[in-house]
Write a protein that binds this ligand. Structure first.
Ligand code: ADP
Ligand code: MG
Length: 270
């Protein structure tokens, strides 16, 4: 009997430590996520100055060399400077993403034409010659109370991912549509704007689909895995949703659905 009691106690002990471990596990997960954010912010911040210094140094060397004949005797020199500049630029982009990710999203909303915002995308995102942009904009789209800068960031992220998914070129389709809530007047406030950014690229593995919005998930050798996490934060802050559909080898489509009026302040009548 004594042995039995001891056995039962041991089992109880095992169960409770398992529970504790589960709890501990959950705690450390959220702690981990928030400390990733803090760490990201401080590292990014600390790296800003040295990178600025490196960029200035390259600029200075370039100017100092001017038309120095050494540029002709050593043809690698020019390439190396260009490479260094390019690498500094990509480091600046990564740092920007880290800072964006760790920042709390505070929207500054303004009555905005989503179509006009999208039309400016090709000026901001580098679209290679082998990528054709196809426009399918709904001209009946009403303006929306949104934060244009933050939404721009979302659309840039989506367009950049789309371009990166089409290394051999392809089609980037930018589509908008108005989703009208039929029903009584109360439903009017739930009218939505749909923005779809579609590519004819490599597609996403089915078992990756649920992970793409997770912070730090990336399949790219030099990705941060933050673009979609940041984008989802911004869209959800607007009271919207972001959805993904994809087919391997066919392409991927991200849809952002935004309420015409944000949930909290309701906006002003149009
Ligand atoms: P990153 O671009 O730095 O990898 P993101 O958060 O922007 O981070 O994207 C996460 C991952 O989702 C990418 O690494 C890629 O695997 C997948 N992904 C996102 N957009 C697309 C797309 N348009 N086509 C194929 N895969 C995509
Ligand atoms: Mg990205």
């Amino acid at each position: 009997r004594v042995v039995q009691t001891i056995m039962r106690d041991v089992t109880d002990l095992k169960l409770s430590t398992q529970k504790e471990r589960d709890l501990q596990h959950q705690l450390t997960r959220s702690e981990r996520l928030s400390s990733i954010g803090r760490l990201a912010a401080s590292v990014a911040h600390e790296l800003k100055n040295p990178l600025g210094a490196i960029r200035n140094a390259i600029y200075y060397i370039r100017n100092a060399l001017g038309t120095n004949p050494i540029l002709d005797t050593d043809p690698h020199l020019r390439d190396i400077m260009k490479l260094a500049e390019g690498e500094v630029d990509s480091a600046v982009v990564i740092i920007g993403e880290l800072l964006d990710f760790s920042r709390v999203v505070q929207l500054v909303t303004r009555r905005t034409s989503i179509n006009e915002l999208l039309e400016k995308l090709p000026n901001i995102v580098l679209i290679p010659d082998n990528v054709e942009v196809v426009w399918d904009l709904d001209l009946t789209l009403p303006s929306a109370m949104v934060d244009p800068d933050r939404l721009n960031q979302v659309f840039c992220n989506l367009a950049n991912n789309a371009v990166q998914a089409m290394p051999q070129g392809g089609k980037l389709t930018i589509r908008t549509h108005f989703i009208v809530e039929t029903g009584d007047d109360d439903d009017k406030g739930r009218d939505m704007i749909g923005v779809e950014i579609e590519d004819s690229g490599v597609g996403i593995e089915p078992h990756h689909l649920s992970k793409v919005f997770e912070p730090l998930f990336t399949t790219k050798a030099r990705g941060t895995g933050l673009g979609l996490a940041i984008s989802r934060n911004i869209v959800e802050k607007h009271g919207g949703v972001i959805l993904v559909r994809s087919q391997i080898g066919k392409g991927t489509s991200f849809t952002v659905k935004l309420p015409v009026k944000p949930p909290e302040d309701g906006g002003e009548p149009s």
